[in-house]
Ligand binder design. Structure first.
Ligand code: ATP
Ligand code: MG
Ligand code: MG
Ligand code: MG
Length: 439
């Protein structure tokens, strides 16, 4: 993309209403524009990162055999009456009436819709196990929408639902989700720690929230510092292997790590004092096994091998796709702007032409741009007639991992300059070497 032809409405001033750094940087970098409280337009740069995050989520879900689909945003109130949640959900639910006075709602989550669907189509244990998911906009009329996309009212969520014959199978699905989430967040350059969470009115021990440590996080968290040494990395795993998934789950959840809702001072005090940490975190996902609660209410029954009709064991598993942009920026920025992890960067690198209009500089930039594009990379070429300082500031603000700076002086010696956004280190090299370094 050539910047002169792109739409990147950078803000020069710090927006007064943005209280936290990720919100400020997303507004300044022209990624989002608020349309009303907690509701945003995704401008091209923000949209690009959102899609990258979505793609990682899709890839990791499908790697584990989970099946993508798409359910609507608007749902009928009747289904929610069946589960008993229409009244229970309270004012967070946006309720709408259509022209025939039928009660509708903008889905805050999808347990009812999908359980009803599965109840319709699945009648036998032979169709199981089954995990379906989608990535769809949700609406929750939050009391205090704030921090930009972190607590929006309209937000993008991946929500997945497993349907299993037995509790054991459903717990395997739970563990599978835990593994996929570890992989998903790590690919985004994030450490998200599974923490024991509160299962709320449904009950049960099986729920973990994934938290990214950040001072601006809304949850208070308590953990054993050893847990931050763990990473899933590039281990191979067979998602059908119950024992393997279970052992990853145990590895990542055996140390003390809880949110304030489940925190227990006495148990925490058993952790050696020097390893006890109290901090804040951003909830970027949650996994949940809740048994047969919904299937019984929604009539999601199957015939088992003995021919008896039994309710399905279910769980639901969410990732805050749009919130993740904020979380990633909170975890990765400096005074000059965003520092995108390679996995989610909107463009692979920036090309800065120090002397637009200079034949040699323009030619070298065009050649670099063409070579990188031909190799399947996605460079952003700042071809505007602007001062070098302004171009550097823009590149730093939008946070691309690499910047290639091209100017007549360097070209006389056959070199361009390659700068790492993260370390700030610059190196001179030939354009060919620059391409090799980035590729
Ligand atoms: P929170 O505690 O932050 O209100 P939640 O527990 O109500 O979140 P879940 O129902 O677990 O949310 O939804 C799954 C994921 O969706 C959350 O882990 C979070 O990352 C994301 N999410 C929830 N509410 C919002 C929101 N208002 N704006 C952006 N993302 C959200
Ligand atoms: Mg909530
Ligand atoms: Mg929560
Ligand atoms: Mg939650």
């Amino acid at each position: 993309m050539r910047l002169s032809r792109y739409f990147l409405p950078i803000l020069k001033e710090n927006p007064a209403d943005a209280q936290i750094v990720s919100h400020r940087l997303m507004l300044r970098a022209g990624m989002i524009k608020q349309s009303s409280a907690g509701i945003y337009s995704w401008l091209p740069l923000g949209f690009k990162v959102l899609r990258k995050i979505e793609n990682i989520v899709h890839e990791e879900q499908q790697r584990a055999g989970h099946i993508p689909m798409l359910m609507p945003t608007l749902q009928s109130a009747d289904l929610w009456r069946k589960s008993g949640r229409y009244d229970a959900y309270g004012p967070e639910m946006l309720r709408i009436k259509d022209r025939h006075d039928r009660e509708m709602l903008y889905g805050p989550t999808n347990e009812e819709l999908i359980t009803d669907m599965v109840a319709n189509f699945v009648g036998s244990y032979k169709s199981l196990p089954l995990t379906l998911y989608h990535i769809q906009w949700k609406f929750r009329d939050e009391v205090r929408p704030r921090f930009g996309v972190m607590r929006g009212r309209e937000f993008l969520m991946k929500d997945g639902y497993n349907f299993d014959l037995t509790k054991e199978d459903a717990l395997h699905a739970y563990n599978r989700h835990l593994v996929t989430y570890l992989r998903t967040y790590e690919r985004m350059g994030l450490q998200a720690i599974p923490m024991r969470a509160d299962s709320g009115p449904i009950g049960g021990d099986y729920t973990h929230e994934f938290l990214v440590l950040a001072d601006t996080g809304e949850s208070e968290v308590f953990y054993d510092s050893e847990i931050t040494d763990l990473s899933f990395g590039d281990r191979a795993i067979d998602f059908d292997d119950k024992v393997a998934c279970q052992s990853v789950m145990e590895e990542f959840t055996s140390r003390y790590a809880r949110t304030d809702e489940t925190h227990d001072e006495a148990t925490f005090n058993e952790v050696p004092e020097e390893r006890r940490r109290v901090a804040r975190g951003i909830e970027v996902g949650q996994i949940f096994y809740f048994g047969t609660e919904y299937s019984e209410k929604m009539g999601a029954m199957v015939q088992n091998e003995e021919g008896q009709r039994v309710p399905l064991h279910m769980g639901s598993h969410g990732i805050g796709v749009s919130r993740l942009l904020g979380a990633i920026i909170e975890a990765s920025h400096d005074d000059n702007g965003i520092i995108w992890p390679e996995g989610v960067t909107p463009f692979h690198c920036g090309i800065v032409n120090l002397k637009q209009g200079d034949e040699e500089a323009d030619g070298a930039c065009d050649a670099l741009y063409d070579s990188l594009t031909a190799l399947g990379f996605d460079p952003l070429y700042d071809d505007r007639k602007e001062r070098a300082g302004g171009k550097f500031a823009t590149m730093d603000l939008i946070g691309l991992p690499w910047r290639i700076t091209v100017g007549p002086r360097g070209l006389k010696n056959g070199v361009v300059e390659v700068t790492s956004r993260r370390t700030g280190e610059s190196e001179e090299m030939s354009p060919e070497q620059a391409i090799a370094k980035i590729a």
